[in-house]
Design a binder for this molecule. Structure first.
Ligand code: GSH
Length: 206
């Protein structure tokens, strides 16, 4: 099928974010489940994503990797879902700003903290995120200003930022909790969770 959508994923991965996005745009898709130890590193999947990581999305002949890019791609590919300000709209500014801020500084700062990387103060200026406390207070200030990050409506930026907050690796702050509570109440988020939860092997605790 020329425009078939395939989500390459594992139910315990960032693929959950892409699934939520697919549910938001209402795009029927096929799921290719990958196992961390085996199929994710096998030649067939490395031909899709040489990084051997999930998620990846195939849309006809187009392959997209990187979860934030998958969200932005789907928002543009299915404009009727209104999950991105249209090209030319000034709201593209905050939309891209917070999408990239979350995929870059937030992700790097949180991952480094999780594995115990400590950046010496004199090297902070060469780190894209600088200091994690500054990243968190910047995000908190943005989320304190309005319900959503790019104008009055929920966009793919909220889906991606919200997913990172909901994942559990980011410190809890009341602003973050309220925001996650708001975005995770969306029916598409609940549907996506149910779909992926059902794919988790029974012996695996989440
Ligand atoms: N930058 C990538 C990261 C993808 C990633 O690290 N995925 C993890 C699962 S959440 C993975 O596939 N890990 C398998 C491995 O590295 O072997 C994205 O945002 O999509």
């Amino acid at each position: 099928m020329a425009d078939e959508l395939i989500l390459y994923t594992n139910p315990m991965s960032r693929g959950r974010i892409a699934r939520w996005m697919l549910e938001e745009v209402g795009a029927p898709h096929r799921t290719e489940l990958l196992d961390y130890a085996t199929t994710m590193k096998a030649p067939a999947y490395l031909a899709v994503n040489p990084m051997g990581k999930v998620p990846a999305l195939r849309h006809g002949d187009t392959v997209v990797t990187e979860t934030a890019a998958i969200c932005a791609y789907l928002a543009d590919a299915f404009p009727q879902a209104r999950l991105a300000p249209p090209p030319g709209d000034r709201l593209r500014g905050p939309y891209f700003r917070w999408l990239f801020f979350s995929a870059g500084p937030v992700e790097a700062a949180v991952s480094n903290k999780a594995v115990g990387v400590v950046v010496p103060p004199e090297r902070e200026r060469m780190m894209g995120y600088g200091r994690i406390d500054l990243v968190m207070s910047t995000l908190e200030a943005a989320l304190s200003q309005s319900d959503y990050l790019a104008g009055a409506n929920f966009t793919a930026a909220d889906l991606y930022v919200g997913s990172q907050l909901g994942f559990g690796m980011i410190e809890k702050r009341p602003v973050f909790e309220r925001y996650w509570g708001r975005v995770s109440a969306r029916p598409a988020c609940k549907r996506a969770k149910e779909l992926d939860d059902a794919l988790v092997p029974p012996q695996t605790s989440r």
